[in-house]
Design a protein around this ligand. Structure first.
Ligand SMILES: Cc1ncc(COP(=O)(O)O)c(C=O)c1O
Length: 370
């Protein structure tokens, strides 16, 4: 199983499983921006290596200041973390909810964090017939039993944002709402949908952002949380000292200024997403509409194909896809892929097309035999 450690993008496990060097895989199993990282990241890594003899700023001042300017939020409402993953864990450790409502399917770290504090979980189901959009009636049915709701906005692996009508119901529900906006930068009209600004002053709303996906720096680790300053102070108290390293702080502050990178990313996604969706549909796959830079799709029942078969087949061809059946609430037909650059996407489609037509690879180089 490629997701042995719970996530996609594990090139080490893939290299063991498929017997090829990790550099030789096209990774569609984690959802990084293929245009990144921005040029300035390379510059910082080259120029700043001597600076690692210093401790990082324990208050992450420069990066918090830049985030504050970009999003028009008071710096006292921002805490930076070693990736959104650290902040998910930290928030749950501090809030210690008795019962948490989680949409299903959703990112597995929410559930892991709740298990670590021995909290209870209630599943809020997402249905294919609603294109995996959370419906208020499915939340309302469980509301009295919940202390907090922890939701992806947009949600992974479904790629859907919360509708504005459900957001207003949730905000008026009297429950604490934690929103993971790790993929929000990829959403068209991000400013309209993001609740970052509101979270900076609201007692019952916490918003998490990741910088690793949009800027393609998962190996550097960077994320932040926006909440009321009182809660930020509690989170800071519980956070491990110097959790955000020196290079991450410098890189974060620099990439935020790169507006042309943002612009190119939006332009690429606007063209590439509809193209890839159309190609996947042409292969007979059931593609879920997406608000982000990845796509969830299902092999139709009539094809008899499963995602596990596809993952093996594609892995031997050097392409890694995410087995989405591992997300609770999805069956063995569901698969998730990132959206990459055209040339790679064409290769993905070609290999998937062979898989759908039962064209089996032969030979060590993956030469295909019709
Ligand atoms: C929905 C979601 N939230 C958070 C994270 C963690 O992001 P980071 O790399 O910033 O820790 C991921 C990583 O895949 C994710 O998919």
């Amino acid at each position: 199983m490629l997701e042995r450690y719970g996530h996609g993008g594990d090139l080490w496990t893939a290299a063991e499983a498929f017997g090829r060097p990790k550099e030789q895989f096209l990774d569609y199993s984690s959802n990084m921006n293929p245009l990144g990282p921005p040029e300035v990241v390379k510059q910082i890594l080259i120029e700043s290596w001597r600076d690692i003899v210093k401790y990082p700023d324990p208050a992450v001042r420069e990066l918090r200041q830049k985030l504050s300017q970009k999003y028009e939020i008071d710096p006292e409402s921002i805490l930076v973390g070693n990736g959104a993953a650290e902040l998910i864990d930290l928030i749950i450790r501090v809030l210690k909810p008795t019962t948490t409502g989680l949409a299903r399917p959703s990112f597995s770290e929410y559930e892991e964090a709740v298990h670590k504090v021995e909290g209870g979980l209630i599943s809020l189901p997402l249905f294919p017939q609603h294109q995996f959009e959370l419906q208020w009636q499915d939340v309302e049915a469980s509301l009295t039993a919940l202390d907090i709701l922890f939701l992806g906005h947009p949600n992974n692996p479904t790629g859907r944002i919360l509708s504005s009508s459900i957001v207003s119901h949730l905000l008026g529900s009297g429950r604490k709402l934690v929103l993971d906006e790790a993929f929000m930068d990829f959403v068209q009209q991000e400013k309209e949908h993001s609740l970052l600004k509101l979270a900076s002053t609201c007692q019952d709303l916490i918003v998490i952002r990741s910088m690793t996906k949009f800027y393609s720096i998962p190996g550097i680790r960077l994320g932040f949380v926006v909440a009321h300053p009182d809660l930020i102070a509690q989170l800071r108290y519980q956070q491990v000292q110097w959790s955000v390293n020196y290079l991450a702080q410098r890189i974060g502050a620099a990439v935020l200024e790169d507006e042309s990178f943002e612009q190119s990313t939006r332009e690429w996604l606007q063209i590439e997403k509809p193209w890839l969706m159309a190609e996947l549909s042409r292969l007979g796959l059931d593609v879920v509409p997406s608000d982000v830079n990845f796509l969830l799709f299902a092999f139709p029942e009539s094809s008899g194909k499963t995602v596990k078969q596809a993952q093996q087949y594609m892995g031997h061809q050097g392409i890694l896809i995410r087995d989405a059946s591992l997300f609770e609430g999805l069956n063995e037909r569901y698969c998730r892929v990132a959206i990459r650059l055209r040339e790679d996407n064409e290769r993905l489609i070609q290999v998937l097309s062979n898989f759908m037509r039962d064209v089996y690879p032969i030979g060590e180089e993956g030469v295909l035999n019709e």
